[in-house]
Design a protein around this ligand. Structure first.
Ligand code: NIG
Ligand code: FE
Length: 418
């Protein structure tokens, strides 16, 4: 039996609340100084302050001066896509709005073209590079979507790439089908036909077990709340669970639909209406906030304070994608959650661990450091949790344990004679 002892942890921080963790409970975090974690196989066996068991055949990791939190869970990304979009950057800098670039055939449409043109191997290699980067930032579980095909064959190519990435890499990936990410130009005057096609494609996706969740980009000029509802109802009939891009730029009713249909998450919410905040607080749907997108689009930030103070359950995700958030740095997302969403570090920890685990239906296995849970553990070179959030822009990771295995250890500079 393989055993690992992580000893001398300066401070261990974890939520111990039952998710979804709402409102004031989000800042209730358990702390233990001078801690150890004993791992047996892939699970946490003991957590305490003075290990007295035997050390025979035990791998020892000395976490002197490091703090410890659960592996981070980034529950909204667009990991797999072809190419990049820096050619649109000067337009963006000049102030052309995101939706205008999309309307002119750029944005998502540009990535769709590049994704169609890419082979599966190229898509895999490009996404693998990003995935490795995410792991270095301490992400141990990830949600990732298709949505840059908009035709079944390319969507399948993306979904199968995600499946392979999940199988061959330490990070666990939960997969979402986002067939309704944009209306392809050739369907310009045939919206109903496209919606029907997406609903039909859902059957193939389900039969071949290519995705667990269905998402829609519900936004002005993209898909309406009614179209979203139609797709979502078919998805539910087929046994999918739901997540929704909603209220990113304008509020057009998607959030209400998602809450009514018991979606796992509503994501973005920069433009959420007050009445939707009230119903969200009464539901078990997670408000999944993406502050790095507001940062990169120079947009409003989601009203996180209002959401939490009114009793919603909040998670925070990167939204990694080539257009609105071209960065794998999830720690930067968390630092923005502090500075821009005005969430306190304890709330941010909850929003990056147990709440996204709940939003991905895996909170019984991951999202907190508790005996019996999967040993997904992050060791950070930070004085305390506040310091981790406040000292921004860098990577604080020292070590990552995934399923009990050390998969990231130290960032080292090779010294050369000069
Ligand atoms: O979440 N808003 C829709 N989808 C992504 C952006 C995708 C893209 O621009 O390529 C988002 O921001
Ligand atoms: Fe997104």
């Amino acid at each position: 039996m393989s055993k690992t002892l992580i000893k001398n942890i300066k401070t261990l921080y974890t939520s111990r609340q039952v998710p979804p963790v709402k409102g004031a409970d989000m800042s209730k975090v358990y702390e233990l100084n001078n801690a150890y974690i004993l791992i047996e196989e892939d699970k946490i066996k003991e957590i305490g302050t003075l290990y007295t068991g035997n050390l025979i055949d035990t791998f020892i990791y000395d976490a002197k001066d490091l703090i410890c939190i659960p592996g981070l869970i980034d529950s909204h990304t667009h990991l797999v896509f072809g190419g990049s979009r820096e050619h649109e950057f000067s337009k963006k800098i000049a102030g052309v709005p995101y939706l205008d670039i999309l309307k002119e055939g750029g944005g998502i449409h540009s990535t769709v073209k590049q994704t169609k043109a890419a082979t599966s191997e190229v898509l895999y290699d490009q996404a693998k590079k990003s995935l490795d980067e995410m792991l270095l930032f301490g992400v141990t579980t990830l949600e990732a979507k298709s949505g840059y095909g908009l035709d079944l064959a390319t969507e399948i190519k993306q979904l199968l790439t995600l499946k392979k990435l999940n199988e061959l890499n330490p990070i666990d990936i939960l997969i979402t089908y986002l067939g309704a990410h944009a209306l392809p130009p050739k369907y310009k005057d045939k919206r109903v036909e496209f919606i029907n096609k997406v609903m039909l494609d859902l059957e193939y996706i389900k039969e071949n077990d290519l995705a667990k969740y269905v998402d829609v980009f519900c936004e002005k000029g993209v898909f309406t709340a009614l179209e979203t509802e139609k797709i979502f109802k078919r998805a539910l009939e087929l046994g999918f669970k739901l997540r929704l891009h909603s209220d990113e730029i304008e509020s057009i009713g998607g959030t209400g639909v998602a809450i009514k249909l018991k979606a796992n998450t509503v994501d973005h919410l920069m433009a959420i209406k007050d009445e939707d905040i009230t119903s969200l607080a009464k539901s078990n749907t997670i408000a999944n906030l993406l502050p790095a997108t507001s940062f990169f689009l120079n947009k409003e930030y989601a009203p996180a304070r209002k959401l939490i103070d009114q009793g919603c359950a909040v998670s925070v995700s990167s939204d990694y994608n080539p257009g609105s958030t071209p960065s794998e740095n999830y720690q930067f997302t968390l630092q923005l959650a502090g500075n821009k969403l005005r969430m306190v570090p304890y709330e941010i920890l909850t929003a990056a661990t147990i709440n996204p685990a709940y939003g991905l239906d895996i909170s019984n296995k991951v999202g907190s450091l508790e005996v019996g849970k999967q040993a997904d553990i992050l060791l950070l070179d930070a004085l305390n949790l506040d310091y981790f959030i406040y000292h921004y822009g860098i990577n604080h990771t020292r070590a990552v344990f995934k399923n009990g295995k050390l998969v990231v250890d130290n960032r080292t500079i090779i010294k050369e004679e000069i």
